[in-house]
Design a protein. Structure first.
Lengths: 386, 327
């Protein structure tokens, strides 16, 4: 045992030396690993960590069991129903874990820097040669390590969906990629406020406020813009009118993790799960909606281009259904929703936001930072002007 | 002697308050240099600027030749800093604490292991190696913090009020430790408002008030510059009457400005003369047959110096460059 440890130590030392020789990057890495090792040592020492993990997995298992019983109660037993069960369990787990990430990721990072300030340990840390970038990145990943452990520990449980079918392994991979990126993004929000504000309490309040704005707030704004985006054209002679929508920019919803989930969930299972229509509304793939006055709803649209109303269709009530329907119900649907369009954009937005927030946090932590918000000067200028 | 800490025109302004106003400071290698001043004099600000934790509004300083403004990272590698108030991480053992900081300085694992052993020996915490940091006494935490500042074997140590909150015993231990560090070749810059603590320890001091150095140099030099007279304390054998007679005799000397008898029977003389004059005074007294038990020049200590220097300052007037102040 001790030989192994000694060997591991030598290995690390070798790597460290190599890292130091590697210049800035090596120094940054050794700083990140120093912070990471310290944080994880403290966090994982107690039995609490493992007790919590056990509790979490038990709750999750119970949730899966409940979902499975609910769906299989109404099922008659067959491949179709089994697939439906698989999809339901996957949907439930993914949404639950997203909810967990939304709540936990900021919670773990809001104390990262402000707690060091409160405990008066930040000075000791900043006075060492490790860069403030290494400090914030080390802090971010050691704080998120817990969230990652919770997410990763659930993978075997989630894999139960393969027993039922309806969900492909790549769907699972997509789901977890979205989860991990969301966790990093949400974690950096907490980290940023932890670096910006002096008190952990203030940082926590600010982080959750922003998370609420990005999820619920953005959804309300989007829904409002969507509802008011319809343009009614009454120039039709036959009394019908057409409604043209210019859907609000999808960027509003990029930071809503649940919409990205919907995009991941859309192609799973039987295809009639409603997630696809949500995503297509958000991405604006349904470009034009014609509505006949008093008649049935007409939906004309498609992937990026409107489909012209066919001539010779029975009356004015032309129905071209482009409700994205795939899989068992409509295997040859002419307009299948394109895969991997929305969630990669959402993930990219999160990554860009994360990078910006990490750099801003590093700047706030550094005592010799080049740029700082100079509130006092601002106040002074205003006072002098007044 | 090489200068290892040199501050040139350091200024720190917070909004409209000037915390440090054009500090000039030079500390030679191997010195224990004391920064003395009342609370709010700017000592902590000076040390934090030197430790690269605050960016000066103007001016620059060099630690072992590394500019704190142009190359703060290089400066951090040659200095060890111990703040006046500091916390310790929960959930961390003593050796892990030092290991963490050693990692921050990029020390290799075998070096870390050896350094931790050596440092724990140095600060006498070897038996606490596996204790949790938050469980240590204040004095032990202080020593551990000092050890943390030494993990990278820095040339210069910046210690902000290292003895505050320590009991007398821990204070003595700390003093011994600092002397030992000096013998290891470290240059130590230490701030305190507890003057006796510095007096026993420091080779040089700077008296700081309102962000400026009022007087700087060896304690004896400052004393010599400021001395406008000395106090002699003499005890003679005998009862009140003979003491009073002795007082009258001393008072007759032309160099004696005043002569008083303290409640404990000691005669206190205000003396204008130099060392030769006081030697003559003693010789004359012995020749006159006075039964003298003790004859001593009351040391004008740092505390007294400090009061003298700070009291003479007019609030707005900048001090003369050499620290000499007019009476």
């Amino acid at each position: 045992m001790s030989t192994v440890r000694l060997f591991a130590g030598r290995l690390r030392a070798g790597r460290l030396r190599a890292g130091l020789a590697g210049g800035q990057l090596g120094i940054a890495f050794s700083g990140i690993s120093a912070i990471g090792a310290k944080e994880l040592r403290g966090r994982m020492r107690s039995r609490r960590a493992f007790a919590f993990l056990t509790f979490y997995l038990t709750v999750l298992s119970g949730f899966v069991w409940m979902l499975e019983s609910l769906v299989s109660q109404s099922a008659r037993g067959g491949a179709f129903e089994a697939a439906q069960t698989g999809t339901t369990v996957f949907t439930g787990l993914l949404l639950l874990e997203t909810l967990l990430v939304v709540f936990l990721a900021p919670a773990f990072t809001t104390g990262a820097i402000s707690q060091e300030r409160e405990k008066q340990t930040l000075d000791l840390l900043v006075a060492t040669p490790i860069s403030s970038f290494s400090i914030v990145v080390g802090k971010l990943f050691s704080a998120l390590a817990w969230v990652f452990i919770l997410v990763i520990a659930s993978i075997p449980l989630t894999s139960i969906v393969f027993v039922f079918g309806g969900v492909a392994p790549e769907d699972l991979v997509r789901g977890y990629v979205v989860l991990i990126i969301d966790a990093i993004g949400l974690g950096t929000i907490g980290l940023f406020f932890s670096a910006l504000l002096k008190r952990t309490l203030a940082a926590t309040v600010a982080s959750y406020f922003i998370v609420l704005v990005l999820t619920l707030g953005a959804t309300f704004v989007w829904a409002f813009l969507y509802a008011t985006s319809a343009q009614v054209d009454r120039s039709n002679l036959d009394g019908s009118f057409s409604v043209t929508r210019h859907p609000p920019p999808e960027a509003i919803m990029w930071f809503n993790p649940f919409v990205a989930d919907a995009d991941v969930l859309c192609p799973t299972g039987t295809g009639s799960n409603g997630f696809c229509s949500l995503v297509s509304e958000v991405t604006g793939n349904t470009q034009q909606i014609n509505q006949n006055f008093g008649g049935p709803r007409q939906v004309i649209g498609g992937v990026g281009k409107p489909i012209p109303v066919q001539d010779g269709a029975p009356g004015p009530n032309v129905i071209v259904d482009v409700e994205p329907a795939i899989g068992l119900l409509a295997p040859d649907a002419p307009i299948a929703p394109p895969r991997d369009l929305y969630w990669p954009r959402s993930a990219a937005a999160w990554i860009v936001l994360s990078i910006i927030l990490v750099l801003a946090s590093a700047n706030l932590v550094s005592p010799t930072r080049r740029w700082r918000p100079n509130l006092s000067r601002l106040r002074r200028t205003r006072r002098d002007a007044g | 002697m090489t200068v290892v800490v040199a501050a040139r025109g350091l200024v720190k302004r917070y909004d409209r308050t000037v915390a440090v106003a054009g500090l000039e400071l030079e500390v030679d290698e191997g010195e224990i240099f004391g920064l003395v001043g009342p609370n709010g004099a700017g000592k902590t600000t000076i040390l934090r600027m030197l430790a690269t934790l605050l960016v000066p509004t103007a001016g620059d300083a060099e630690i072992a030749g590394e500019s704190i403004r142009r190359n703060p990272n290089a400066a951090r590698r040659v200095l060890g800093f111990m703040p006046d108030v500091f916390g310790v991480y929960d959930d961390m053992k003593v050796w892990e604490y030092l290991d963490f900081f050693a990692r921050c300085y990029g020390l290799s694992a075998p070096r870390r292991r050896q350094m931790i052993g050596d440092l724990l020996d140095l600060v006498d915490l070897s038996d606490k190696r596996d204790s949790f940091v938050q469980g240590l006494s204040r004095g032990m935490q202080q020593r551990l913090c000092l050890a943390h500042a030494l993990v990278h074997d820095p040339q210069v140590l910046l210690l902000d009020e290292p003895a505050s909150g320590l009991d007398p015993r821990a204070r003595v231990e700390l003093r011994e430790l600092l002397r030992e560090l000096r013998s290891l070749g470290k240059t130590i810059l230490i701030s305190s408002h507890i003057l006796p603590e510095l007096e026993e320890l420091c080779t040089s001091v700077a008296i700081v008030d309102r962000g400026q150095v009022l007087a700087q140099g060896r304690v004896s030099d400052i004393e010599g510059r400021l001395r406008s007279g000395a106090v002699l304390r003499i005890r003679v054998m005998g009862d009140g009457e003979s003491i009073d007679a002795a007082r009258t005799q001393f008072a007759a000397d032309p160099e004696v400005a005043s002569a008083a008898i303290l409640p404990d029977g000691t005669i206190e003389l205000g003396f204008r003369g130099d060392d030769a004059a006081s030697a003559r005074l003693l010789r004359d007294a012995v020749a006159a047959g006075l039964p003298i038990v003790t004859f001593a020049r009351a040391a004008s200590d740092l505390e007294e110096l400090f009061l003298q220097v700070t009291a003479r300052e007019e609030p707005a007037a900048p001090p003369p460059a050499d620290g000499r102040t007019a009476a």
